[in-house]
Design a protein around this ligand. Structure first.
Ligand code: CMP
Length: 140
């Protein structure tokens, strides 16, 4: 399997509890490399663009409110089969369904405040990475 990149966000519920390092430790222990990372306050426009696919969902407003409520850490992760690997490491969207040892099982509070985001395909990873990083900010 080729080396791949995926996009990750450490969400406001995790940064608020000072869990950035704890989340990163799980990511690195799983064999993924953090090849770009920055802590930002997402604007409403950025959040609405990022989650545009969910615009018609009933939780869209809540999701945008939450993602702009505090600092997030946006990241590019690199490794073998990184998109799928990171989804395994995150665990299920709803922490009630997440496997032991996953980030969401360890840290998430609820389906909304679920500590991390990860791309769902290589194609979306490229789009999401390009929304937040320029090429020279990613150092593999
Ligand atoms: P994420 O992987 O960032 O992608 C979309 C997000 O929508 C998802 O994680 C959840 O945090 C959020 N989400 C999904 N379903 C719900 C829901 N029923 N209520 C609130 N937020 C949700």
């Amino acid at each position: 399997m080729a080396i791949q990149r995926t996009f990750s966000i450490i969400k406001p519920d995790a940064t608020e509890r000072n869990l950035t390092g704890a989340v990163n430790a799980v990511i690195e222990a799983a064999g993924l490399r953090i090849v770009a990372q920055k802590r930002i306050l997402m604007s409403r426009r950025e959040a609405e663009t990022f989650y545009g696919v969910h615009r018609e969902r009933p939780f869209f407003g809540e999701l945008v409110d939450f993602m702009t409520s505090g600092p997030v850490v946006v990241q590019v992760l690199e490794g073998e089969n990184a998109v799928l690997r990171y989804r395994e490491v995150m665990g299920a969207t709803n922490p009630a369904n997440a496997e032991e040892g996953t980030i969401r099982k360890k840290f998430a509070r609820s389906i909304g405040e679920n500590s991390v985001h990860g791309s769902d395909s290589e194609e979306n990873a490229a789009i999401e990475i390009a929304q937040f990083f320029s090429g020279n900010e990613i150092v593999g």
